[in-house]
Write a protein that binds this ligand. Structure first.
Ligand SMILES: [Zn+2]
Length: 613
């Protein structure tokens, strides 16, 4: 996933990772695990519901076990059948627990025997936390409704009753009916030529964890971008997306050269409406992506590098629980940067790394040390996605690369992906493999204690390697000269700055520029209303901090059009710091809310209800 939403609420406990029960699931995988899922669902846009059944094939591990516990959230259970070895279905007794605000409701199914399959008949709630139902008006083309899922971290349970923990893997098939003229796609084997007849079948033969279950339904067209890649998007967006993501095959080949074969068959990308709460989601075979990276110059396609990298780190080797999320996101951010370096060059890769490292250092300055570990205890699984998991995790791998040399580290990483392929692991399992296969193999380069200090300690060790960027250094001096009044905004020589250079320039502005400074910057470089979502985000943040009111109209349009949390939540947070800004934020939110995903709504309501001082 590419959320990069900082300031998560991390709850610090102890480091010991004894018997690893996933605290974010009611399932009991020690007793029984689901090995295959067969979904049969109807998509009802009028009622905003998925209706049908989920059949789970079971592998029993505990001879005494007679109960199956599944995760659910806001599902209406209509009935449960136990299916015997003879294929006969018998009604099973079940009980749904009271709803926990974060975890949902455990579904207890009482069984007379250890049956091979269980079928749950159910329908979802219109408010399902993992689904967004959009009216035609909320889509790009305004003709048809649209629905999509976001299951990570623990939202699969809001649309499928199952063991919703990354520790358990299963294959799946699905039969989905929808209104005709719409296309259904899933994190499975999509067929570009499928008739739009309202009747779709899917198969995902590789075992995946539940958070990679994904579905979308809408007016979707397809464009091939390579021999094993295509783009799905609304008709008005699909050509632009295919141009932006034209380097996909090059990226796949590059990654295969470094880390071994791509094991998922096709790699397609679905471009969602702008309300998608994340940058991207690595749903296997079909990455879900925000349209806010369609800039026209490929400058933000590191998003594709990131989601593609998850085909190795995350989807192939998976964190066994959400506190180990850095195994997914830190490894992926490292691989992402390596792909960017190979395809777009070292200058861009280094710029991207430095921008991320600067952001992490700002985050370190504003968070308690106890929350800066790579393996934090989090109350809500969604809060595990912090800059620490992403940037600090990647920085640790960059340190290992620097110490052991690229050749040795690449060979190690390729072996790691092979060894743990299609498994879910903890940080301790990663360390147990790292010690003999890298640290002890090349003694004296980096000790296990040093690695553990990164993982179980705060901040960033002082000797962490950071690349040098002459381009960014020149921008830092130009910025200083402008802030000192030695240079005019128009003389900044920014005509050839790329997206990252602009991001770096704006990130380094001090808070509370004067209205005169902001006006001169805007007059020279037309930042207000910038079509580049990353540049616009930073400009509006500077405008809020400097209370530059002429930016308000375009800012409100931006906040209403886009629902990606990383882009809009920080603006609400900055506005909420003054009573006047809070009132403006509330006004914008009232208008923008119907277009936001439930997760974005929840994040913003947290800010508006309890603004920080
Ligand atoms: Zn990710």
């Amino acid at each position: 996933m590419l959320p990069r939403l900082a300031a998560a609420t991390l709850i610090f406990c102890s480091a010991s990772a004894a018997a690893e029960h996933d605290p974010h699931s009611y399932a009991e995988p020690g007793k029984v695990t689901q090995t295959a899922l067969a979904l049969d669902l109807a998509v009802d846009f009028d009622r905003r519901e998925l209706t049908g059944s989920a059949e789970l094939a079971l592998d029993w591990h505990d001879a005494a076990a007679r109960e199956l516990v599944l995760d659910t959230r806001d599902l209406t259970i209509e009935g449960v059948d136990a299916i015997g070895a003879d294929g006969r279905a018998r009604t099973a007794k079940w009980k749904l627990d009271a709803r926990h605000p974060i975890l949902g409701s455990a579904l207890h199914i009482a069984l007379d025997a250890q049956v091979p399959k269980v079928r749950v008949r159910y329908h979802t709630a219109p408010t399902a936390s993992g689904l967004q139902w959009m009216t035609p008006a909320q889509t790009a083309d305004k003709k048809h409704p649209f629905m999509y899922s976001q299951s990570q971290s623990i939202h699969a349970r809001s649309w499928v009753p199952l063991q919703d923990t990354p520790a358990v893997r299963f294959t799946y098939t699905a039969h989905v009916t929808s209104p005709k003229a719409l296309r259904v796609v899933m994190s499975a084997d999509n067929a570009a030529g499928h008739a739009l007849n309202g009747d779709f079948r899917f198969s995902m033969p590789q075992p995946i964890p539940s958070y990679l279950l994904a579905i979308a339904v809408g007016d979707l067209e397809v464009r091939e971008t390579g021999p094993r890649s295509a783009v799905y998007a609304e008709p008005s967006v699909v050509d632009k997306a295919a141009r932006e993501f034209a380097d996909t095959e090059k990226m796949i080949e590059t990654t295969e050269k470094m880390y071994g074969p791509y094991r998922w068959g096709r790699y397609d990308i679905l471009v969602l409406p702008p309300s998608f709460p994340f940058g991207g989601m690595e749903n296997p075979r079909l990455t879900f992506a925000t349209p806010t990276v369609l800039v026209g110059d490929k400058s933000l396609v590191s998003l594709v590098a990131h989601e593609l990298a998850h085909s190795w780190s995350g989807n192939l080797v998976t964190n066994a629980g959400w506190k180990h999320m850095w195994l997914n996101e830190g490894f992926t951010s490292y691989v992402e940067n390596r792909i960017v370096e190979a395809v777009y060059g070292k200058v861009q890769a280094d710029e991207e790394f430095i921008i991320g490292a600067d952001e992490l250092r700002r985050e370190i300055a504003s968070t308690p040390p106890a929350t800066q570990w790579l393996v934090p205890e989090v109350e809500d699984a969604d809060d595990a996605a912090s800059d620490f998991a992403y940037v600090k995790g990647a920085w640790l791998l960059r340190t290992l690369e620097a110490r052991f040399g690229r050749e040795a580290f690449d060979a190690y990483l390729r072996g790691y992906f092979d060894h743990f392929a299609f498994q879910s692991i903890t940080t301790e399992q990663m360390l147990a493999w790292l010690k003999p296969h890298l640290l002890d193999k090349y003694p004296g380069k980096m000790s296990l204690d040093e690695v553990k200090a990164w993982i179980y300690g705060p901040g960033i060790p002082a000797n962490a390697p950071l690349p040098a960027s002459p381009q960014l250094a020149a921008i830092a001096s130009a910025r200083a000269a402008w802030l000192d009044g030695q240079r005019k905004a128009i003389d900044l020589d920014a005509k050839h700055w790329n997206t990252h250079e602009w991001m770096y320039f704006l990130d380094g502005l001090p808070p509370r520029l004067t209205a005169k400074q902001l006006a001169s910057l805007d007059a020279a470089w037309h930042l207000n209303g910038s079509p580049n979502a990353e540049i616009a985000r930073r400009w509006y943040l500077a405008a809020i901090q400097g209370d530059y009111r002429p930016a308000r109209t375009e800012m409100a349009k931006y906040m209403t059009r886009i629902g990606r949390r990383y882009l809009v939540v920080p603006l609400y947070e900055a506005l909420a710091k003054t009573p006047e800004g809070l009132a403006f934020a509330r006004k914008v939110y009232a208008k923008a809310k119907p277009g936001y995903h439930p997760m974005t709504q929840a994040s913003i309501e947290k800010v508006l209800d309890k603004p920080e001082k």
